[in-house]
Ligand binder design. Sequence first.
Ligand code: TMP
Length: 208
Amino acid sequence: MTGRFITFEGGEGSGKSSQINLLKSKLMDRGIEIICTREPGGTPSAEILRELVTTGEVNKWEPMTEALLMFASRYEHTKNLITPSLKKGNWVICDRYYHSTYAYQGIGHGLGIEAMKMLKKITIGEIEPDLVFFLDIDPLEGIKRTQSRDTNEDRFENMDISFHEKLREAFLDFSKTNLENYIIIDASQEIDKISDIIFEEIKKRFKI
Ligand code: TMP
């Protein structure tokens, strides 16, 4: 594979979408072919699963069902979009990937990281992002930011604040086992400042 695979992770309202858009235009300015995509979702079939998990009552799914739906969506997305794009040499920037399942379902819902690792192995196997940016924001601040959004995809936002606090700790912890490719960014900074930090990191790593 010659393309680069970059993922963005974060709690609710951490500003991932804005950063992905800014990064996309900076990379395009350098003539790099970019596919921007998201999880859950990213392909027509995976988007159907997205709607099932992101809308409706907080308790509508058992945690394990939710984890399976996340990996079902990821399997569709990886097989039909991410892997073929990387093979063609495109860069893929993905709004969330498996670290979100480790954090939300593994730690937030208490299913455990080991169980999530097994699901990963069965579904998407060894694929790993080249680089993960975790945009770190205080959960209360993040959820406040999401409140002005006009969307029915609010199922996770409506979960208890203690759930969101657990996620944040989990996302921070992941850097301990992935020192090389997992970058924590303070998402309370100005948007342009964050974008500069991200782009500097990418220029340094990928020599563009
Ligand atoms: P988004 O709001 O960042 O687009 O993500 C949709 C929601 O899905 C978000 O609240 C986090 C949640 N989610 C999980 O719980 N597990 C996952 O594996 C993924 C990809 C997202």
